[in-house]
Write a protein that binds this ligand. Structure first.
Ligand code: B12
Ligand code: SF4
Length: 515
């Protein structure tokens, strides 16, 4: 069967495509687990952000897919609907499947008959998708496939969920990167790839989708498999690798074994990025940080979430960010940052500001922490993603003030607090963050001078969207620049001039664009 797999072009404020374009790990994993006689093409549309429509049209022509699969996050809903409508207009009989976090956790929004979706894969996709393709190929019933919702005439059938795969036993084959048909993946000029070493998490932070997606569990891929996977990525040109595990630091002993295995396999000249919790990094101290450095780790995304205890309690993220000692619980953020810095590692600081009880001072304290201690700010606002405990809480308390999922991109404040309006929190974050990003440029320059030299204007232009000469010389207020920046962000979200079948007003304006 000819199969086309697409990830959406919508990108994130803190990973602008001028500098960061990563492959979607899910699609290569799906492709690697299909029966080998299928012809699969993977297109990460973030690589074609400026030409989404023509790229999809070309792929539909070249691949002539009988089945198209789309991977979708919540803020990418509208783009996905437009792409599906475009696909349907080109090839009405092509079957369309959606998967990923949004279809898994908000499946009902994907069953509308006007959308033309044939099936929804919920949760982990490899086995469900393989069985779906087999059933389509042989014309066997879809009713026996766990994890699948599917169209049956005018109704949508809802099969029971599928238990998570125990990846230790080799049931999930390695990703198929050869199926990718677009090029241009980059992390500051170095070709980048993604590798999974484990799946799942046993914590239950209130803002995180992982628990609803897969329950509280943790499965490790065998280290030999991970090393083969890294080698495969390296042999295909990757010089930078993001370990996309949900929480690799749940088992620090194993993480250390992985670092040793990377060094022994001679794969330590790759730049690694990883995300982790502050408590284990602080507790293991110099020994772990030194080992990570030797293994090639460069950026560590720290889930600091918040430096204030009351906010950590709200986010249910206190346990992973503190350690117990005689004086009670101490926040481990600073200790983790310090130990990483001592060993030359760079910190991407994941913080969340704008919880319901936040006052101006609490937001400022977090921004100040980021300014002083992190190398690249990754600051977000609480966002009500489907199925999280935080979303239920916000909804019950009537705190969600923006119900446009396209703006659930993490850096748009969409919930109200008791003391601060969302726009005010967003303004504070935006104003502080731009200068933190500028400060990282010399570090980036020392590592990748040619890239930074060539792309610094583009990077600065992105960071300072909305700034004009008038604002630079002080003839305009920061608030004016902020409003202009927000208007630019709204325009950027229109990734293709094709109407959204579920948004008549939006569709009309998109059609005008097309004419
Ligand atoms: C790594 C990661 C990133 C990386 C992405 C790197 C990359 N290009 O892959 C970075 C750091 C850049 C990133 C950024 C963002 N992320 Co992120 N990210 C993750 C993380 C940690 C792991 C995702 C992953 O790769 N898993 C491994 C793959 C193999 O698994 P998977 O994606 O789940 O795919 C499986 C199934 O979902 C399914 N599936 C997926 N797609 C499809 C498609 C089809 C057709 C089928 C059949 C099945 C299927 O099958 C796959 C295999 O089992 C998750 C989860 C977490 N614990 O936080 C969040 C997560 C996915 N991110 C999220 C968000 C919101 C974002 C951001 C908007 C903001 C942010 N929080 O950072 C940005 C936007 C990114 C963008 N497009 O520009 C949310 C999504 C929530 C939602 N409902 O939409 C998550 C769940 C975190 C959370 N807040 O709970 N992210
Ligand atoms: S520790 Fe990380 S992966 Fe685990 S629940 Fe919290 S945010 Fe999600």
């Amino acid at each position: 069967m000819q199969i086309l797999l697409l990830s959406m072009p919508d990108s994130f404020e803190h990973t602008p495509t001028v500098a960061v374009r990563m492959p979607n790990g899910a699609l290569a994993s799906l492709a690697g687990n299909l029966d080998p006689h299928h012809d699969v093409a993977i297109a990460d549309l973030v690589l074609a952000q400026a030409s989404v429509r023509t790229t999809v049209e070309r792929l539909m022509h070249d691949v002539a897919p009988e089945l198209v699969g789309l991977s979708v996050m919540t803020f990418q809903r509208s783009t996905a609907r437009r792409i599906i409508a475009l696909i349907r207009s080109i090839a009405p009989s092509t079957r369309v499947v959606v998967g990923g976090y949004d279809p898994s956790l908000a499946p009902d929004v994907w069953t509308h008959p006007d959308l033309g979706i044939d099936a929804i894969v919920r949760g982990e996709g490899e086995l469900t998708f393989r069985e779906l393709v087999r059933a389509m190929e042989h014309g066997t019933p879809l009713s026996a496939i766990p994890g699948l919702w599917y169209r049956d005439g005018t109704a949508f059938r809802r099969n029971p969920g599928r238990p998570v795969a125990a990846v230790e036993d080799g049931g999930i084959a390695r990703p198929n990167r050869a199926a990718r048909v677009l090029s241009g993946y980059t992390m500051l000029g170095r070709q980048v790839d993604v590798v999974e070493t484990s799946r799942g998490c046993t914590f239950d932070c209130s803002f995180c989708s992982i628990i609803e997606m897969r329950g509280r569990n943790f499965f490790r891929f065998p280290i030999a498999r991970v090393i083969d996977d890294i080698r495969d990525a390296r042999d295909r040109g990757a010089r930078s690798i993001f370990l996309v595990d949900d929480n690799i630091t749940l088992d620090v002993d194993r993480f250390e074994s992985l670092c040793h295995a990377i060094i022994e396999a001679g794969l330590h000249r790759i730049d690694y990025l990883v995300q982790g919790m502050t408590a284990p990094i602080a507790s293991r101290g110099d020994a772990l940080a030194a080992l990570m450095r030797r293994a090639g780790f460069r950026y560590v995304f720290l889930g600091i979430e918040n430096v204030l205890d009351e906010d950590l309690v709200f986010l249910k993220a206190r346990a992973k960010n503190s350690r117990l000692n005689a004086a009670g619980r101490t926040n481990t953020s600073l200790a983790a940052v310090d130990v990483l810095h001592r060993h030359g590692l760079l910190v991407v600081g994941g913080l969340i500001v704008g919880s319901p009880g936040d006052r101006r001072e609490s937001v400022s304290a977090n921004l100040e922490f980021a300014r002083r201690h992190v190398d690249w700010p990754y600051i977000q606002h609480p966002t009500p993603y489907p199925g999280t405990p935080m979303t239920r809480d916000f909804e019950q308390r009537g705190l969600v003030v923006n119900s446009r999922p396209d703006e659930y991109d993490g850096t748009t404040a969409v919930t109200r607090g008791e003391h601060l309006e969302p726009e005010e929190v967003e303004f504070m974050r935006w104003k502080a963050e731009r200068w933190m990003k500028v400060r990282h440029m010399p570090t980036a320059f020392r590592h990748d001078p040619w890239f930074v030299m060539r792309h610094a204007p583009g990077m600065l232009a992105h960071t300072f969207r909305g700034t004009t000469w008038r604002s630079i010389v002080g003839l305009e207020e920061d608030r004016d620049v902020f409003q202009r920046y927000r208007a630019i962000r709204r325009r950027e979200r229109q990734y293709l001039d094709w109407p959204d079948p579920l948004a008549p007003a939006e569709s009309a304006s998109a059609l005008q664009l097309a004419q």
